[in-house]
Design a protein around this ligand. Structure first.
Ligand SMILES: N[C@@H](CCC(=O)N[C@@H](CS)C(=O)NCC(=O)O)C(=O)O
Length: 198
């Protein structure tokens, strides 16, 4: 049986669960406590982060690799943009920017009291650059790289959600109305609601 060690509210685990669910691959999801990680998970991957996928004797312990593994099994809506090499380069670049730079800004904005060198608004403005960029990509289409979701949309969405939810009122009054609609569409999607069920 395929097992995914997951934590419901972890954005990396969310994106892995969405890709697995979309691909239709059956997985048994084990909700772990980050304070008391199960020994069997640590035996598979000693770095101790979720998500971890154990499948046919193989262990995949990076969320993006889990997503790519799932899509290699089944990708009915072409999230990989398989006939669009330029789009594939953009997928990788957006995810890289999200996981490296934006994630840092998000953490500092969310936990600004831990970074008292600067006010919260400073960290928020740093993250906002990425929001503006994504909003620009959504001009004339519903998803950031195509008129259907790609790996980039799904990989980024849990992080944009976190950023938006630090101060929903602030996010709601920004000029990024396309990004707001994009996020709302994901939040209401069967895909997202199904992976967040308790
Ligand atoms: N690069 C990893 C990052 C995963 C990650 O950092 N997950 C966090 C939870 S959101 C975690 O497990 N942290 C370990 C801990 O809190 O003990 C991935 O993409 O899978």
């Amino acid at each position: 049986m395929n097992t995914l060690y997951s934590f419901r509210r972890c954005p990396y685990a969310m994106r892995a669960r969405m890709a697995l669910r979309y691909s239709g691959v059956a997985v048994n999801i084990v909700e772990v406590s980050l304070k008391a990680k199960p020994a069997e998970m640590l035996a598979l991957s000693s770095k101790g982060t979720v998500p971890v996928l154990s499948v046919n004797g193989e262990v995949i312990d990076e969320s993006l690799s889990i997503m790519r593994w799932a899509l290699a099994q089944h990708d009915p809506q072409d999230w990989l943009l398989k006939d669009d090499p330029a789009g594939q380069v953009q997928i990788a670049a957006l995810i890289e920017e999200n996981d490296q730079a934006f994630k840092v800004h998000l953490n500092r904005y969310k936990y600004a009291e831990r970074y008292p060198e600067r006010p919260m608004e400073f960290y928020r403005a740093e993250g906002e650059v990425f929001l503006r960029r994504l909003d620009g990509l959504l001009e004339g289409r519903d998803y950031v790289l195509a008129d259907h979701p790609s790996l980039a949309d799904v990989a980024l969405m849990p992080f944009i959600r976190q950023f938006a939810h630090v101060d929903r009122e602030w996010f709601g009054q920004t000029p990024y109305v396309r990004l707001q609609a994009w996020l709302q569409r994901f939040l209401e999607s069967d895909l997202f609601t199904s992976i967040m069920k308790k």
